[in-house]
Design a protein around this ligand. Structure first.
Ligand code: GFB
Length: 303
């Protein structure tokens, strides 16, 4: 049986694709910024299709500090993977974008036809433009070569096996790591910003399941948004995390730290129509799984 190649296979999203049909690639197997690397990986594995999850990602601060790296690494990886998939006759490919690619000033809810209507939020413009170009490349190749390639646009993903970098990482793994340390030390727990921004968090296993459903069923042109369409404030998730950790110390909000976009509510009507019975993991359950994973794997977790 021909298999499906998962780039970024050891990361948060890639490692959520579980089963015999997958070949997980990680940076140990090759550097996707180098065209020869993906070329030989495709030749070696001869896959049926590719799910391209590999990306240079980070949170609001990491994106602001390293815009050049976020631009270069993502543009190179996407360009090479999509180009070589086409060259090798791979018929199916899923490309991962993100809801942070949308214009900062746009009418809500976010929906795919609005992606290019204005500049993205300043905090992650380089990453956002690189991801926008990946989606353009997918569309252009689809138009010219009649390939079943498409883009998925997940909202903020969280789950086990995340990167728990407290400075440059995403909000939930950063908060989980910080809460773990604050509980040990008895120090105050510091949250960046006011806690008022709203996000739509989606559990990594749900992302993998929906992506595989689409891989089998979807051949449309439009990118597909993967979201629960439930907004939660940062303050609310902080309280949930504190409750799961049974944290009794002080929680403080540091408004000198970046606040990011206020909200980015999205339209999930396509997946709701295609998969009306899909049950999203409740935030409390997803957080418990993520926190338990972090505690059990503290020594090996990426930090
Ligand atoms: O995950 P995050 O950095 O990404 O979340 P974005 C930022 C929000 O969480 C802001 C608050 O409102 C922050 O003020 N926050 C509170 C924290 N404490 C922390 C903390 O310890 N760490 C972090 N990082 N935030 C990212 C984009 O935007 O979304 C990326 O920059 C990517 O490109 C990702 O697309 C999905 O949701 O603001």
């Amino acid at each position: 049986m021909k298999k499906i190649l998962i780039t970024g296979g050891s990361g948060l999203v890639g490692s959520s694709f579980i089963g015999e049909e997958f070949i997980h690639l990680s940076s140990k197997d090759g550097d996707l910024r180098n065209k020869e690397s993906i070329k030989s990986l495709i030749e070696k594995t001869n896959p049926e299709g590719i799910i391209h999850c590999a990306a240079k990602v980070g949170g609001v601060l990491g994106n602001t500090k390293y815009p050049g790296d976020f631009y270069h690494d993502n543009i190179m990886m996407n360009t090479n993977v999509i180009e070589e998939a086409k060259n090798k006759g791979i018929k199916k490919l899923v490309f991962f974008s993100s809801t942070c690619v949308f214009p900062d000033e746009v009418e809500y809810p976010l929906s795919p036809e609005k992606i290019h209507l204005g500049p993205p939020h300043q905090s992650n413009y380089a990453y956002a433009y690189a991801k926008r170009m990946g989606q353009v490349q997918i569309q252009a190749y689809k138009d010219q070569h009649d390939l079943n390639y498409f883009t998925v646009i997940p909202t903020n993903i969280y789950g086990p096996n995340d990167s728990y970098d407290m400075e440059n990482g995403h909000v939930l793994p950063s908060l989980i790591h910080k809460m773990y340390l604050a509980r040990e030390s008895g120090e105050d727990f510091i949250v960046w910003g006011s806690g008022n921004p709203l996000r739509e968090f989606i559990f990594s296993e749900d992302v993998a399941k929906l992506t595989m459903n689409l891989y089998r069923d979807y051949n449309g042109n439009a990118p597909v948004i993967l979201s629960t369409s439930n907004e939660t404030s940062i303050k609310n998730v902080v309280l949930m995390i504190a409750d799961i950790f049974d944290f009794k110390g002080n929680i403080k909000f540091d408004t000198s730290k970046p606040e990011g976009q206020y909200r980015k509510p999205s339209d999930n009507s396509v997946i709701r129509q295609m998969y009306p019975d899909f049950k999203f993991t409740q935030m409390r359950e997803g957080l418990e799984k993520s926190i338990n994973w972090f505690i059990e794997n503290y020594k090996i977790a990426r930090k």
